[in-house]
Design a protein around this ligand. Structure first.
Ligand code: SF4
Length: 394
């Protein structure tokens, strides 16, 4: 009787099996299983491309820049390992236009003869979306593409493309080398910012209660916790009673929020939640790239209504028009911006219903003088987080 030889896995298939066992998920905001992305690219065959996405743009997020400044060799080692396994000869690391320091740090760490290219592009918020990155690398305006097709099927110059966040690639060797150990002790980089004593980038064990992250790493919130945005502007805020929710994508989804890139924004009790909401809505309007009318028009409506709610001048029909705009935005747009904006603003208004009622009955902000505009590009909160990055990587 003929005996079949034992099946051997190609290095790439073996890597996928190891990634499944490690449970590694993408750190660019989606927490999508890395193994599934790899499998999708490999299933296409042909000549795949690899793009390391270092175009960190979430307000308050500093973890990718921290890695590229502080651990450029380890980031590049992850890129090189992925490129070798996938058979990509020409991997590229893509950065925001302003990231000159990160580019210099990576270039200084490139091994002699390395074929990894480093490119800088646009500085807008949506320029970090994976298909906008591909557009920029093809020398077009950094706008998101309509999907499908997904980049794993048709990506950089038509090639099946793995677009992977730089933190994911930094974690890749540990996940491949010892999947069980990786799964048993998984951490994630948190960019802690806002009204905490010590903003900064911290590597934190998944599952740690947010209140403990804020206390032990951030030194606590001097004015107490008023709101927590676990994903920066990309998910609805939590109220203080939810501060013990675990730093975990699934636990946060169950709590009606998300972990995203873990740009955890803490807002103190003295700040007006609706002033923060107005700042958030203005951010969404400012960062809409203008390709999709439901996003452009809808984010404008959210910003107008939130400003009126904060000022206490909104009427019931304004709130009705906000609900209609949010409904119109859900499910529309080439990228997640419109539906994220709608969901986050609606979540904030629902969770801070008492503050909405207090503003509308007073006809003004009951806490006048305690405005807070954390999503403005020059806010003290964002400035402090960038200072923390500079100090940590001086
Ligand atoms: S949803 Fe908004 S940000 Fe995204 S592509 Fe459309 S207009 Fe641009």
């Amino acid at each position: 009787m003929a005996i079949s030889p034992p099946e051997t896995l190609s290095p790439a298939r073996d890597a996928v099996a190891r990634l499944v066992a490690s449970g590694l998920r993408g750190r660019g905001g989606s927490w999508f299983p890395t193994a599934r992305k790899w499998r999708a690219v490999l299933a296409e065959g042909g000549s795949p491309a690899l793009v390391a996405n270092g175009a960190e743009g979430e307000p308050g997020s500093i973890k990718d820049r921290f890695l590229m400044r502080r651990h450029p060799e380890a980031v590049l080692a992850g890129v090189a390992r992925a490129a070798a396994l996938l058979g990509v000869p020409d991997a590229v690391v893509y950065l925001k236009g302003a990231f000159a320091r990160e580019e210099a740090s990576l270039r200084a760490a490139l091994p002699a003869g390395s074929a990894i290219a480093i490119r800088r592009g646009a500085d807008t918020y949506v320029a970090g979306e994976e298909t906008a990155v591909l557009e920029a690398l093809e020398d077009r305006r950094a706008w998101p593409r309509p999907k499908p097709p997904l980049p794993t099927a048709v990506g950089l110059r038509g090639r099946p493309t793995l677009v992977q966040n730089v933190e994911t690639l930094w974690r890749l060797p540990a996940a491949l080398d010892d999947p069980a150990a990786y799964a048993a002790g998984e951490t994630t980089l948190v960019s802690l910012w806002g009204h905490v004593r010590r903003p900064g980038a911290y590597d934190v064990r998944l599952g740690t209660p947010l209140a403990r992250v804020i206390e032990e790493h951030g030194g606590g919130a001097p004015d107490g916790i008023g709101m927590i945005f676990p994903a920066g502007p990309s998910a609805a805020p939590l109220v203080p009673a939810q501060a013990d929710t675990a730093l975990d994508p699934d636990a946060l989804r169950a709590a009606g929020s998300a972990l995203g890139t873990a740009a955890v924004l803490v807002i103190g009790r003295t700040a007006c939640p609706l002033a923060v909401g107005a700042s958030l809505a203005v951010f969404f309007e400012r960062e809409s790239c203008g390709q999709c009318p439901p996003c452009t028009v809808g984010t404008g409506s959210l910003a107008r209504v939130l400003s009126a709610v904060e000022a206490g001048t909104a009427r019931p029909r304004d709130l009705q028009s906000l609900a209609e705009a949010a409904g119109f935005m859900a499910g529309h747009g080439y990228c997640a911006h419109a539906r994220t904006a709608a969901g986050v603003v609606q979540g904030l208004l629902a969770r801070f219903r008492d503050d909405v009622a207090a503003h509308l009955s007073a006809g003004r902000c009951p806490r006048e003088g305690d405005g807070c505009d954390p999503f403005a590009p020059d806010s003290p909160e964002r400035a402090a987080s960038l200072r923390a990055l500079d100090e940590a990587t001086a």
